[in-house]
Design a protein around this ligand. Structure first.
Ligand code: DGI
Ligand code: FE
Ligand code: FE
Length: 190
């Protein structure tokens, strides 16, 4: 499917705000791919499609994952919005014709990250957080600079701030977010 068709399809699935965010992630991911020598076109597709399942009602995210037999962890069952990456990767493959595993993995793990992320995983994880349409988040200007100077520092900084933010907000911390943070802390202290 070409970009135009993807956008037409996304228009039926996403709110205007979410579509604008998706374009923001697309061009931010393209810039990061230029900086770090990743595939620019793959980064664009992953960025454009990363939230394609975000706007489904929470219950439907869970029902669709069950229907498609996607694995569901306890924290995902307790907070089915966490499933939008996994479900989004499924739709990217089945409905948007994406076959590339690098793109599909980057979509799957864009919310929580994962230990030993690929370059494409890191680019989408970071671009999602820093894209210019994001409302101001704590230390965002610093993280935006780190994204283009030291990619692993940016990953760690985002995870740290996300976990701190969630700590005061919810008791459902996904084990993958936690594990990713621990992994990148260990990397740092090696
Ligand atoms: O879909 P976006 O809003 O663009 O961004 P995202 O996919 O990174 O989702 C962001 C939300 O996900 C944000 O409110 C923090 C939340 N989140 C990230 N990791 C976890 C989490 N929420 C819970 N409950 N547990 C997590 O481990
Ligand atoms: Fe998302
Ligand atoms: Fe997003």
């Amino acid at each position: 499917m070409d970009r135009k068709d993807m956008i037409d399809k996304l228009k039926g699935k996403l709110t205007d705000k979410r579509l604008i965010h998706s374009f923001g992630v697309e061009y931010t991911a393209a810039c990061m791919a230029m900086r770090y020598g990743a595939d620019i076109q793959k980064a664009r597709i992953a960025g454009l499609l990363h939230d394609n399942a975000k706007c489904l009602p929470t219950d439907d995210k869970l029902k669709k994952c069950e229907k498609f037999k996607l694995p569901i962890s306890e924290s995902e069952r307790a907070n089915p919005d966490l499933l939008h990456g996994k479900l989004g990767a499924y739709y990217a493959r089945e409905k948007y014709g994406v076959k590339d595993e690098e793109i599909l993995n980057a979509i799957t793990y864009h919310t929580t990250g994962r230990p030993a992320m690929t370059l494409m995983d890191k680019i989408i994880f970071i671009a999602d957080y820093i894209e210019p349409n994001r409302k101001m988040i704590f230390e965002l200007p610093e993280i935006r600079q780190e994204a283009f100077t030291d990619i692993d520092t940016a990953v760690l900084h985002i995870l740290k701030n996300t976990l701190e933010y969630l700590d005061g907000k919810t008791d459902i911390i996904d084990e993958m977010t936690e594990e990713t943070y621990k992994y990148y802390l260990r990397q740092r202290n090696k």
